[in-house]
Design a protein around this ligand. Structure first.
Ligand SMILES: [Zn+2]
Length: 441
């Protein structure tokens, strides 16, 4: 199959053919896909052969897991296409430095994920994998049929020829580098007039502000948030400025994990890969995803633990999809706050979502915020408030909300220090409104 056909085929499969009448039907299909995949792929990967030695594929759901560090430590043996970590690093670093991302190695695209803590991940994808991915992205992302013309604007930290794959004749695609000055990006965006706008929420916020003060006049019919947690406070603002639902793509190096349906509910892409749940708090429906992607052959992702916290939706979505509905992507596991328990000598975890809710519910005058746990007994809060508001009143309301939260979790109440909001000046950095700087994570 040629490239374009492969994309189109994957688009059709994702959009029309993979419909499941029940959860059971979906799971049965996944089970078949994974078993078939493992039978083929394990013999091709030295790492997995050793890792699963003596295990029966029928029990794959309980196989030992891997994560980013295991994947990176065993990079050479894990991938099935004979690319070494050194080779991959050289290519990825070079691309990032030159901001020219079209280079490949033996026909494979090499990419680097933007890890913040120095543990950056490398990924390898073949052309066929790219085309399948592009088809799935188009099937889930396009508001209309693939045959309708679209102009997509895509704001990213690093482009990749992965994204260029999506570019096809009547589907125009324009890449905006987040490392470029904001003003010139906004001007280009104004000239381009996208029908679909894709960007991290921090950038969408800047775009929305320009639209609000009329320095920018665009009229996208779909807006998709990527790469960062979409905080409710940003969601509300952007959605109000543009008068539409803000969609989300839950897409990372490890796979295309989720997308929002027409109701704005995030669904896991269980028709593309398997996502098992490693619960961290079952009662509250909080879990970390374990991914098995039965389409990735060059760098197989099998039982891969992702360092993200997701919360299950309590109600099924109105769209009727059998794909798991998610209430929120909370952020990374290492952004959980820890406070000393009031009587037992242990640390109590506080989920980022609870912190978020405490802040947002304190006042509707909060425009932007950032909460950082700096030590076991100190939390810093930066606030940007709407004009003419009583700062002291809002701060005291936040303190109350925080106290209620910490008391309910049996935690010692930390000192709360307020600061002025320091706008994120480096737009290529990821925005994390709730962040924990403790070493324990
Ligand atoms: Zn839905």
């Amino acid at each position: 199959m040629n490239g374009l056909m492969q994309i189109f085929w994957s688009y059709l499969q994702t959009k029309y053919l993979r419909k499941f009448n029940s959860r059971q039907e979906l799971e049965k299909w996944q089970e078949e896909q994974v078993k078939k995949f493992l039978h083929q792929i394990i013999p091709q990967s030295k790492f997995y052969q050793t890792y699963y030695k003596g295990l029966d594929i029928a029990n794959w759901r309980d196989f030992p897991t891997i994560n980013k560090s295991i994947m990176m430590d065993n990079f050479d043996d894990l991938n099935t296409v004979g690319i070494s970590k050194q080779q991959a690093f050289d290519i990825a670093l070079q691309a990032e430095k030159s901001r020219y991302f079209a280079s490949t190695l033996n026909g494979f695209t090499i990419g680097m994920s933007s890890g913040t803590s120095g543990n950056r991940g490398l990924f390898i994808v073949s052309q066929q994998e790219q085309q399948k991915w592009a088809g799935a992205i188009l099937a889930k992302g396009l508001p209309t049929s693939i045959l309708q013309p679209q102009k997509i604007a895509f704001f990213l930290r690093a482009n990749s020829n992965l994204y260029q794959t999506v570019k096809r004749q009547h589907i125009q695609f324009e890449y905006f580098d987040l490392f470029e000055p904001v003003e010139s990006n906004l001007q280009r965006l104004n000239n381009y007039q996208p029908s679909i706008l894709v960007a991290p929420p921090s950038m969408l916020r800047i775009i929305a502000a320009s639209q609000e003060n009329q320095t920018l006049k665009i009229n996208p019919r779909k807006i998709i948030s990527v790469a960062e947690v979409l905080d409710p406070i940003d969601n509300q603002y952007i959605s109000q400025v543009f008068g539409q639902i803000i969609h989300q793509f839950y897409q990372c190096t490890e796979g295309f994990l989720g997308y929002t349906c027409k109701y704005g509910t995030l669904h896991l892409n269980e028709d593309i890969l398997v996502i098992q749940k490693q619960y961290i708090d079952k009662d509250k429906g909080k879990f970390m995803p374990i991914i098995t992607d039965f389409n990735r052959r060059s760098q197989p992702i099998i039982r891969y633990c992702l360092n993200d916290i997701l919360t299950e939706a309590q109600q099924p979505c109105l769209c009727g999809s059998n794909l798991t509905a998610i209430a929120s992507i909370e952020g990374r596991q290492d952004d959980i706050f820890y406070l000393p328990h009031i009587s037992q000598g242990k640390l109590q975890p506080i989920f980022p979502d609870f912190i978020r809710r405490a802040i947002i519910s304190a006042s509707s005058k909060i425009l932007e915020y950032q909460v950082i746990q700096v030590s076991l007994n100190m939390i810093e809060i930066e606030l940007k408030l709407s004009g003419g508001t009583n700062k002291a009143e809002i701060e005291s309301s936040i303190c109350q909300k925080m106290e209620t939260l910490f008391t309910s979790q049996n935690c010692q109440i930390p000192q709360i220090v307020f600061k002025n909001y320091s706008p994120c000046t480096k737009h290529h950095q990821k925005l994390r409104r709730v962040r924990c700087n403790l070493e324990i994570n």
